[in-house]
Structure formats: C-alpha cells, structure tokens
Design a protein around this ligand. Structure first.
Ligand SMILES: C[S@@+](CC[C@H](N)C(=O)[O-])C[C@H]1O[C@@H](n2cnc3c(N)ncnc32)[C@H](O)[C@@H]1O
Length: 318
C-alpha cells in the first residue's frame, strides 16, 4: 500500500482499501475492508470507528496488506478471517466447509416450526414424546427426541437447532472427514457437543434403517452442472465443489434421500430440505411420488425465493 499519508490511521486505511476494492470490483468493498481490518487488529468493527485516528504499526499494516491482496484475488472474507456469523452464532470456517449462507437460516426457522408441530401432535395423541424410560422418580425424565442433519459442513445448522431445541439430541452426518472436524470444533465451542453425534456417512448409509428421527434436515449440494459454470470465481475457485455440485439437474442427492428418508423418520416426523432456484416444485413432486409423506409445503426465504421444502412422514406408510 502506498499513498500520500505519512502514517496510515485506521480511517485512512479503511478509506483507501474500500476505494481500492471498489475499483477492482470486489463485492461489498467497505464491509470487506472493515471486517479484514478489525480481524487484523483483533477489535470489533465498531472499535475501528472509536479509534479512527490510531495509526497502524508496520507489522499490522503488513498483515492487513496480505489479506487485502488475497481478497482482491477472490478469496472469500470468511476464509480470510476464519469466521462467519450464522443464527447469531460465531461459526468457524475453513476452506474444507461451505461458508454458511444467510438464506440457510430459513431452513433453521422452518425446522423449529416443524419441531413445534411435532410436539403439539404428540400432545394431541396423549403421548409423552418419545420412547420414554420409566424412571420411577417424581419428575418424569425428559423424552429424548432425535433429529438428524445430513451434510453438516461447518455444523452451523445442527448447532443452531441444538441450541434452540434443548430437549433434542442430534446426529450430524457428512461424507467429508475434514468438514466433520470443523463441525465438531464448532459444536464444542458452543457447548453442543454432548447433544450432537457426528458421523462420517455417504447419505444415510452409516445408519441402520430404523425410523427413530422426528426431524431430518438437509442442505445437500443442489447446484446444477450448467449453473456451476456461471458461479462467481469467489465460490467456484474457493469453496468445496463437493458441498455445492448436485449433478445434471442438481437433484442427484436429494432424489435418493427423499426415497430413503421414510425408513429413518418416525410417523408424524418431518423432513426439511433446502433447495435452489426453481427446484421447489420438482422436489415437492419427488416427495409426492413416494406416497410416504403428507403436508407438503415450500417455504420462501427473505428474498421471496422458495428455499425450503417441508414434508411430514405419513402416520401410516403410504
Ligand atoms: C451445501 S453444504 C451444507 C453445509 C451446511 N449444512 C450449511 O448449510 O452451511 C453440503 C454438505 O453436504 C456434504 N455432502 C455432500 N455429499 C454428501 C453425501 N453423499 N452424503 C453426506 N454428505 C454429503 C458436503 O460435504 C457438505 O458439507
């Protein structure tokens, strides 16, 4: 970085970097400059403005410059800082995992609603929840209701759900051992490791086909091959293709999952899938074809796109 300033204050550095990113076509230039500088100085973004006239020392400037160069080359901000916020949780990320997207919070919200429907249904049926052990103690032991996330990546979704649904225990599956290590680390940091059991699995193959789960959520790779070609370099060159690519029409993994899920999900339990642009009607049709689900519904994200398809496992197998 060379410029007219004798010393690079925080404000001068931010201004210069935001302008530089803007001229180079880097997305969200000001935010990127702020996040990278805050990361370099180990302070919050707000702190930058409280200390705007503080000069950077040569070592800080050198570390910041290295990040600016990498961002300019397309590396996502979250990989540069190693963090991304999801559902108000700080999630650590590495290039082994997909960076959690804000629209995936729609999957979490829809799953929370489904969990509530499930519990209400249990009460209507006069049930106490799940196979509750008889303890003989005055206070009944809370039932253990099981949820499953397929394709955990960083663990963002299953950890958010485990934090919200404190009576539930979870299984988190992924084919990637490196992703599972990141997810375990995040679960530990958020105090959820005792309620989430992570396992390596290709689709559901690591599990015996017992219908024990009340919720099954998945944000599997769903990008169709042709669309992959058009993705920004920032995604294509840096995020794991195995977390994004879903074959010719994007549904290579979703199709078998919908067929197999009834063997793993309890009657009255819910399956929720994140889907891509214009895939929702196709996915609804796939659920319908099995005859094993009812209460099919697609749910829009904050941009109005049908982002999640939700289906209930029929009470009696169809
Ligand atoms: C789109 S990412 C979702 C990550 C995370 N759940 C999220 O929403 O941010 C998809 C994840 O599915 C995993 N995956 C891909 N193919 C799989 C398969 N056949 N079985 C299990 N997991 C798979 C990938 O490794 C990746 O972590």
């Amino acid at each position: 970085m060379s410029g007219p300033q004798a010393s690079w204050t925080i404000l001068a550095t931010l201004r210069w970097t935001a302008d530089y990113f803007r001229t180079k076509g880097v997305s969200e230039p000001r935010a990127a400059a702020e996040i990278l500088l805050a990361h370099t100085l180990s302070v919050s973004r707000l702190d930058l403005y409280l200390r705007y006239d503080q000069p950077l020392n040569p070592e800080e400037l050198a570390r910041f410059k290295a990040l600016v160069v990498r961002r300019r080359a397309g590396e996502p901000v979250a990989y540069l800082t190693g963090h991304r916020e999801f559902w108000s949780l700080d999630i650590q990320v590495t290039p082994a995992v997909l960076i959690p997207r804000p629209e995936t919070e729609t999957l979490v919200a829809a799953a929370l609603e489904a969990a509530q429907f499930y519990e209400e249904n249990e009460v209507e049926r006069g049930g106490q929840g799940e196979d509750q052990p008889k303890t003989g103690s005055r206070k009944p032991k809370p039932p253990s209701i099981w949820g499953l996330e397929l394709g955990v990546g960083s663990g963002a979704v299953v950890i958010a759900l485990a934090k919200e649904l404190t009576r539930m225990a979870w299984v988190g599956l992924d084919t990637s051992g490196a992703a599972l290590a990141v997810a375990r680390g995040n679960a530990r940091r958020h105090g959820a490791l005792d309620r989430v059991h992570f396992l390596k699995s290709d689709l559901l193959t690591a599990l015996k086909p017992y219908a024990v789960f009340s919720l099954l959520v998945a944000n599997l790779p769903y990008v169709p091959r042709a669309e992959w070609e058009r993705l920004p370099r920032e995604i294509k060159a840096f995020e794991p293709p195995g977390a994004l690519l879903g074959g010719e029409d994007g549904l290579d993994l979703i199709r078998p999952l919908i067929r197999q899920a009834p063997q793993y999900v309890k009657a009255g339990g819910w399956v929720l899938l994140e889907v891509g642009d214009r895939q929702a009607p196709l996915v609804v049709a796939l659920f319908q074809q099995t005859g094993a689900y009812d209460r099919l519904e697609s749910i829009k994200d904050f941009s109005g796109m049908e982002r999640v398809v939700r289906a209930r496992r029929r009470e009696a197998a169809g």
